[in-house]
Design a protein around this ligand. Structure first.
Ligand code: PRP
Ligand code: URA
Length: 213
């Protein structure tokens, strides 16, 4: 895949281990859901090393007082793309329990593969927050592009996109459409099939999370 400055493929050995189990068609719905949460927590830990707003506070140890930087309360908003992005939210809350959650509902038209937006509810004051857009699957990139565009129209300036599995064509599409948005993908897969599914992928993430189909 052509290198893009705003794309990070995490390729972390521990995340890849969990993704191997996630892909397996025999993995149960319960285990799939738990893995998506665990992978998301690892992704956040790995990708936000120095990208989180902090404040300095005074801490009194048993020996003396010192200044320490802590994560700024209420500085992060999480936006899952429904449905599958919902599976990642708890994985973020493990690390940022006070993060508010906005929802963008989208599904792909099965013929055109273009996304259709059916729901949007965002927290007030989102413009100045670090906005983490979550979707486990980045396939053609249509859903990610439209979700990011919608957030920009609402004034968001600091957006990061997180996907567990990405296809080269989708990653490139989002990276080129939104060069100011950092895109984190845990693992890069080979290609899309004729129905817009990622290969080898894991199938339909929403169905596997929620037991539909
Ligand atoms: C899946 C997935 C992404 C989208 C990715 O959602 O969760 O949102 O497809 O595909 P794209 O990159 O080609 O846009 P889907 O449309 O299946 O809806 P669902 O999560 O409700 O099942
Ligand atoms: N959405 C999914 O859930 N899986 C894919 O492979 C592509 C889009």
């Amino acid at each position: 895949m052509k290198k893009q400055d705003n794309v990070v493929i995490l390729d972390h050995v521990l995340i890849k281990h969990k993704i191997a189990i996630l892909r397996d068609e025999k993995t149960s719905m319960k285990q799939f859901r738990e893995l998506v949460e665990e992978i998301t927590t690892l992704m956040i830990y790995e990708s936000l090393k120095d990208g989180v707003p902090t404040v300095e506070i005074e801490v009194k140890t048993p020996l003396e007082t010192c200044m320490q930087s802590v994560v700024k309360d209420d500085s992060i908003v999480v936006i899952p793309i429904l449905r599958a992005g919902l599976g990642m939210v708890n994985g973020v809350h493990v690390l940022f329990p006070t993060a508010k959650v906005g929802h963008i509902g989208m599904y792909r038209n099965e013929e055109t593969l273009e996304p259709i937006t059916y729901y949007c509810k965002l927290p007030d004051g989102i413009e100045d927050k670090l906005v983490l857009v979550l979707d486990p699957m980045l396939a053609t990139g249509g859903s990610a592009c439209d979700a990011i565009e919608l957030l920009k129209q609402r004034g968001c300036k600091n957006i990061k996109f997180m996907a567990i599995i990405g296809a080269p064509e989708g990653i490139l599409r989002v990276a080129e459409a939104h060069p100011d948005v950092k895109i984190y993908v845990s693992t890069l897969d080979r290609e899309l099939n004729e129905n817009g599914y990622i290969l080898p992928g894991l199938g339909d993430a929403g169905d596997r999370l929620f037991g539909t189909k």
